[in-house]
Design a protein around this ligand. Structure first.
Ligand SMILES: [Zn+2]
Length: 121
């Protein structure tokens, strides 16, 4: 399974970075996890939040957030649109199902209706 993140929202924060005190480097992202395999794509319902500072390239963990950051975070959290958790099958999955049905169908005809295949057993 391959993990990727769907970005629901990215917002630039004007707050001071707790690490480098820069006021124009922090980006708040809301993401949802998506797991991909050859046969299915699974979207997780929970939202992952992360603040990264592009100036000092640190991830700012919730324990370091100031009240101001917390407030801006709460504000943005209300505006995001969460995707419901879901499982979607890929084209390959349906192709395999189709092949299995085809084989079962052919097997059925071979066993019970051999005359349809021009066989006289
Ligand atoms: Zn920083």
């Amino acid at each position: 399974m391959k993990t990727e993140y769907i970005i629901l929202k990215e917002a630039t924060l004007n707050n001071n970075c707790p690490e480098c005190y820069s006021t124009n480097g922090m980006v708040l992202s809301f993401m949802q996890k998506r797991l991909k395999s050859k046969l299915l794509v699974k979207t997780k319902g929970n939202v992952v939040e992360r603040i990264n500072c592009n100036t000092c390239e640190n991830q700012i963990f919730p324990g370091q957030w100031t009240q101001d950051i917390e407030r801006v975070y709460q504000y943005h959290k209300k505006t995001i649109d969460t995707k419901p958790s879901s499982i979607r099958f890929t084209g390959l999955f349906y192709m395999l199902i189709f092949l299995v049905l085809l084989l079962v169908g052919a097997g059925y005809i071979y066993v019970y209706q051999p005359n349809l295949l021009g066989l006289n057993i």
